[in-house]
Ligand binder design. Structure first.
Ligand code: TXA
Ligand code: MG
Length: 322
C-alpha cells in the first residue's frame, strides 16, 4: 500500500473504507494513526491484529468536534470542557468515564474512554466526512517508534492497511499529552507538547504526574518507542568519551545531539537536532528511524535539559534508550 495524495475523492474513499470496517492510516499533528470505525468492534479488532498489540491496551477515539464528547463519555466534568475549549483541536487526549455505547474493544475492557480532537486538516476533513469517532493508535508495530511520515506507515504496516492518507510530516512529532480526568485530581498519564503548567493554568488546580512505574497505558512500558539498535542516553562529556572508546573498539556508532559543541564530531553517523524543544520534538522520531536503518552497533543520544519544555522528550528518550 503506497500513500495516497489527499483529494476530495481519496477522503471520500477513506470514509467509505471506514464504514466497511477497514483500516485507514491518518495523518495527525502528533503522529500518524491507524484508524478504524470506533463503533465497530470487528474493525477495531483489526487494529490490534495489524499492530501486534495486546487486546487489553485501550485506544484513543478521535472526534471532529468537541461537542461529540457526550456521544462517548458518561460524565463530562467542567474540567474537560475547559480543556477542550482551550486545547482542541490539538495534541491533548482526555480520559473520561465511558458511556454504555462505547465498545469494550476500544477501551481494552476499561470503563473509561480516551478522546481527542486532532489538529490536522486531513484528519479533521476525514472525521467530518465520516461523521463518527475514529479509534486510532499510532500507526507503528507495537513497541516501535511512532510514524511521523506517511512513508513510515507504508514501510511498517503497508500490507495491513487499506489506505494511507499522505498528510505530509507531522508538525508536533510526539504523541499527545494524555490527562486522566476521572479522579478528583487531574493526572497526566503521558507527557506531550501541552505541558503541566499550561494545563494547570486552565484548570486552576494542581495536576499530578502518573508515576512511570505503574503500567496502565502501553506508552508507559519501558520498552516502548524503541529503535532496534541499542540506544544510550548520556551527558555531553560522557558521550564524547564513550564515542571515542567505542570507535577504538571498532564499533559503528551513531550520535543524536543538539549542542553546538557536539556539532563537529569525528563520527560518520552524527545527526544534529535543533536545540529548541519544539523543533527537536518534530524531528526526533525521524532521526531515530534514520539512524536505526544504518544497522549500527549503538546510538548515543545526548541527554536534554531537565526543564518542563523537554519533559515529553525526556519521557520518550527514557523509553527509547537502554
Ligand atoms: O498523539 C496521539 O495520541 C496519537 C495520535 C494518532 O492521536 N495516538 C497514540 O495512540 O499515541 P497510542 O494508542 O499509541 O497511545 C494511546 C495511549 C496509550 O498509551 C493508551 O494506553 C492510552 O492512550 N489510553 C487510551 N485509552 C485509555 C484509557 N481509557 N485509560 C488510560 N489510558 C488510555
Ligand atoms: Mg503508540
Amino acid at each position: 500500500m503506497t500513500p495516497s495524495p489527499v483529494t476530495p475523492e481519496s477522503i471520500q474513499h477513506a470514509a467509505d473504507l471506514l464504514r466497511l470496517g477497514k483500516l485507514v492510516a491518518i495523518p495527525t499533528e502528533t503522529v500518524y494513526g491507524l484508524g478504524a470505525d470506533a463503533s465497530n468492534p470487528e474493525a477495531v479488532a483489526k487494529i490490534f491484529e495489524a499492530k501486534d498489540r495486546p487486546a487489553d491496551h485501550p485506544l484513543i477515539v478521535h472526534l471532529a468536534y468537541a461537542t461529540q464528547i457526550r456521544n462517548w463519555a458518561e460524565d463530562v466534568p467542567d474540567s474537560a470542557l475547559l480543556l477542550a475549549r482551550e486545547f482542541w483541536p490539538g495534541p491533548l487526549t482526555m480520559i473520561l468515564p465511558k458511556n454504555a455505547s462505547v465498545p469494550m474493544a476500544v477501551t481494552g475492557g476499561q470503563n473509561t474512554v480516551a478522546l481527542r480532537v486532532p489538529n490536522h486538516p486531513v484528519a479533521l476533513w476525514l472525521l467530518r466526512v465520516f461523521g463518527g469517532g475514529i479509534a486510532a493508535p499510532s500507526a507503528n508495530r507495537f513497541g516501535r517508534i511512532s510514524p511521523t511520515l506517511a512513508q513510515h506507515v507504508a514501510e511498517e504496516l503497508g500490507d495491513k492497511v487499506d489506505c494511507i492518507l499522505d498528510g505530509g510530516p507531522c508538525s508536533v512529532g510526539l504523541e499527545s499529552t494524555i490527562i486522566d480526568l476521572t479522579d478528583s485530581q487531574p493526572t497526566i498519564l503521558r507527557p506531550g507538547r501541552i505541558g503541566p503548567s499550561q494545563l494547570e493554568e486552565v484548570l486552576k488546580t494542581q495536576v499530578a504526574m502518573k508515576s512511570q512505574r505503574k503500567i496502565r497505558a502501553p506508552g508507559m512500558l519501558a520498552t516502548h518507542y524503541a529503535p532496534n539498535t541499542p540506544a544510550l542516553l548520556c551527558a555531553k562529556d560522557a558521550l564524547l568519551a564513550l564515542l571515542t572508546e567505542q570507535q577504538r573498539l571498532g564499533k559503528r556508532v551513531g550520535v543524536l545531539a543538539f549542542s553546538a559543541e557536539l556539532s563537529a564530531l569525528p563520527c560518520q553517523h552524527s545527526l544534529r537536532l535543533p536545540n529548541k524543544a519544539g523543533d527537536y520534538e518534530a524531528s526526533l522520531y525521524l532521526s531515530l528511524r534514520e539512524l536505526d536503518k544504518l544497522q549500527l552497533d549503538s546510538i548515543l543520544v545526548e541527554q536534554p535539559p531537565a526543564s518542563e519544555e523537554w519533559l515529553a522528550i525526556n519521557d520518550r528518550l527514557g523509553k527509547a534508550t537502554v
